[in-house]
Ligand binder design. Structure first.
Ligand code: HEM
Ligand SMILES: [Ca+2]
Length: 298
């Protein structure tokens, strides 16, 4: 029951305000587009797309930002706070933080040259967050194809959606601690790539843990289909990335997205709409937060 016209009368400037703020943030730092896309994913997979990921810890909320997949990893909160302040100035307590995340994700992809799609709107914001659910429901980079398939199926997403959405790794960076096992322990990685990554990501955990490498070394700030060609040539950065092309049932989809950017674009756009529809709060559920990092009145 989300609708693309939800704010047309209540806040007609909302979408343009978000787009211009996202475009300037991405022009200032291209990686921010990746960070904003990931925020929406990490929101939707944990209790639905309800901006739960944005809530800071309080005496009564143990939030998601401290969860293992998020801690010292998620970024973009300041950009979202800035967008929210601009939208609040235009329309007081009208546009949800969850919708801002969904629109910012789309606008980020577009700003980096990727496909566009119509974002459905009308999600409301949670009054709770769950560190435990973030740790149980977000897929880990150590996952194999069966684990990944299950994590996406749990959210109503099929394997085509999963492969398409994983194409989000066509942009952005990952820290050594998340790809160390893959570059030292796995054999399904191009040896030249493994050696060059090892130079900045020592085998011993603790050293160089936060050193960054691009998820798509071919074109890290362009939203294109190079991620999939990389997988075909065993140049995935994360163990979980390379699982999508490792002799299993998703090899064909990876090949098809590697050979057709239009096939990837349309599958990605469709899957983003599906992901954005995970358990939205509507009607009288939740609230429209005034500040994205805290529940109203707290
Ligand atoms: C398939 C399961 C997935 C796993 C296991 C996974 C895991 C990860 C990991 C470990 C990182 C690096 C984090 C860091 O080093 O701090 C990362 C980054 C990223 N992920 Fe995923 N991810 C998955 C799916 C997705 C999906 C579905 C999207 C979006 C549609 C996405 C978008 C991103 C982006 C854009 C980045 C880079 C963020 C930045 O540079 O700030 N990922 N992911
Ligand atoms: Ca959520």
């Amino acid at each position: 029951q989300l609708s693309s016209t939800f704010y047309d009368t209540s806040c007609p400037r909302a979408l343009a305000t978000i787009k211009s703020a996202v475009t300037s943030a991405v022009n200032n730092e291209p990686r921010m587009g990746a960070s904003l896309l990931r925020l929406h994913f990490h929101d939707c997979f944990v209790d639905g797309c309800d901006a739960s990921v944005l809530l800071n810890d309080t005496a009564t909320i143990t939030g998601e930002q401290g969860a293992i997949p998020n801690r010292n990893s998620l970024r973009g909160f300041t950009v979202i706070d800035n967008i929210k302040a601009q939208v609040e100035a235009a329309c007081n307590q009208t546009v949800s933080c969850a919708d801002i995340l969904a629109v910012a994700a789309r606008d980020s992809v577009v700003a980096l040259g990727g496909p566009s799609w119509t974002v459905l709107l009308g999600r409301r914001d949670s009054t709770t967050a769950s560190k435990a659910n973030a740790e149980s429901d977000l897929p880990a980079p150590s996952f194999d194809l069966a684990n990944l398939t299950q994590a996406f199926a749990n959210k109503g997403l099929n394997v085509t959606d999963m492969v398409a959405l994983s194409g989000g790794h066509t942009i952005g960076q990952a820290q050594c601690r998340f790809f160390r096992d893959h570059i030292y322990n796995d054999t399904n990685i191009n040896s030249t790539l493994a050696s060059s990554l090892q130079a900045n990501c020592p085998r011993a955990s603790g050293s160089g843990d936060a050193t960054l490498a691009p998820l798509d070394a071919t074109s890290p700030t362009a939203f294109d289909n190079a991620y999939f060609s990389n997988l075909v040539s065993q140049r995935g950065l994360l163990h979980s990335d390379q699982e999508l092309f490792n002799g299993g049932g998703t090899d064909g989809t990876v090949r098809s997205f590697a050979s057709s950017s239009s096939a990837f674009s349309s599958a990605f756009a469709a899957a983003m709409v599906k992901m954005g529809n995970i358990s939205p709060k509507t009607g009288s559920q939740g609230q429209i937060r005034s500040t994205c990092s805290k529940v109203n009145g707290s």
